[in-house]
Design a protein around this ligand. Structure first.
Ligand SMILES: [Zn+2]
Length: 112
């Protein structure tokens, strides 16, 4: 995709997503549990967007599944929560074609 096309689609997405009727996970915390080693991570939404049902386990290379959602207000402060966020246009332009497509479809990425 050309840079101008990515820019146009990105701006359309950012301008329309707040009004779009879709699931908004802000205010919730999701738990992902690895089906191989049992490691869990907690995530939340910094931006409105789409997140995957599974993510790769950074401990064992297995798969972590989204298995529980909590109200953010009930999660104690000592729990480490990683944010799903929408990369900026500048960050998006540097990504692979597959990732650009993901972002332009409303997809968020997980902070490290
Ligand atoms: Zn694992």
């Amino acid at each position: 995709m050309k840079k101008e096309d990515i820019e146009k689609k990105y701006n359309e997405l950012v301008n329309s997503i707040e009004k779009k009727r879709m699931y908004d996970g802000r205010g919730t915390v999701d738990r992902y549990t690895c089906d191989t080693c049992g490691h869990v991570i907690y995530t939340t939404y910094r931006d409105k967007g789409v997140t995957p049902f599974t993510i790769r386990c950074n401990r064992c290379g297995g798969t972590k599944y989204h298995d529980k959602t909590y109200d953010k207000k009930t999660v104690p402060g000592y729990v480490i929560v990683n944010d799903w966020y929408r990369p900026t246009l500048e960050q998006t332009l540097k990504m692979s074609d597959g990732m650009i497509q993901h972002v332009l479809n409303g997809g968020l990425i997980l902070e490290e």
